[in-house]
Design a protein around this ligand. Structure first.
Ligand SMILES: O=C(O)CCC(=O)C(=O)O
Length: 265
């Protein structure tokens, strides 16, 4: 199976509209080169461009949905189209990832569960998703998570319990914490004996330099490929069968001890 992670440069010098068109053509260029294409988190606005979340928010089936559904079917690829600021008809905003099938149908939508920012930004402007999401492809089962979710291992365990074998993480991770990005991607792969495909952004938006360094890790924790800092298409071939082999040969997941008692005082 081949996956291409499109590490998009998100900066204020390019309008959301022109970035949408440019990214769609990058997706189309993956026809024949990849089975699965992955985009980063909030690549239309920028994950740290909080002021734009309200004005750029779209309904689920808004402009990004339309352009990406068409790009997926034109390219004939599975497309994790990263995330959009979604405006729910009821009013709240969500950081919502969209996954399209090669015929351009929506296969899944995932509302980010862990919002970043503590007492500002996304954490106050957006609502939290509540549902884990997996997507069955012919070759593997994707488990989807977004950026800050990477810090919460229990979410990934939930995805593994739901059958996930390939964990896909679009992000807008800042350069300041790049070491955490690589370390956490490897940790999630090793502890869950799963592939991790983590796709970040390049460039600087809202004054926050982005880490880039999108990464693909195998179920043994080996880094199969890692991007540099700038805009880049990172294509990697991987064998989804390696998940079952790893879990069979080193069956640590079977040794989980659930329901441990709290310490006695
Ligand atoms: O956890 C981090 O260090 C970065 C998270 C983040 O930037 C996000 O979730 O948008």
């Amino acid at each position: 199976m081949r996956a291409s992670l499109l590490q998009i440069d998100v900066n204020e010098g390019e309008s959301v509209e022109s970035r949408r068109v440019r990214v769609a053509s990058l997706v189309r260029e993956q026809a024949g080169a990849a089975d699965l294409v992955v985009l980063p988190e909030l690549w239309t606005t920028g994950a740290f461009a909080y002021e734009g979340f309200g004005s750029e928010a779209e309904p689920l089936e808004g402009p990004t949905y339309e352009v990406m559904a068409k790009a997926a079917s034109d390219a004939g690829v599975w497309l994790h189209a990263g995330s959009i600021p979604e405006r729910d008809p009821e009013g709240p905003l969500y950081n919502t990832s969209l996954v399209f099938s090669p015929s351009g149908d929506l296969a899944a939508a995932y509302r980010k569960i862990h919002r970043f920012g503590f007492d500002k930004g996304e954490a106050v402007l957006m609502s939290a998703g509540e549902e884990l999401v997996t997507v069955r492809l012919p070759e593997t089962v994707l488990g989807v998570a977004t950026c800050y979710d990477l810090r919460f291992p229990e979410l990934f365990r939930g995805l593994v319990d739901a059958g996930a074998e390939t964990l896909v993480v679009p992000a807008g991770w800042p350069e300041r914490r790049r070491a955490h990005w690589t370390l956490l991607a490897q940790a999630r792969a090793v502890e869950n004996q799963a592939f991790v495909l983590a796709c970040g952004t390049a460039g600087t938006h809202a004054g926050v330099p982005q880490a880039g360094h999108s990464i693909v890790v195998d179920p043994w924790g080996e880094v199969l490929a890692q991007a540099g800092a700038g805009e880049q298409v990172l294509t990697v071939e991987f064998d989804p069968g390696k998940v079952a082999v790893t879990r069979d040969q080193f069956p640590a997941l079977k040794d989980r001890m659930l329901g441990l008692a709290a310490p006695r005082r």
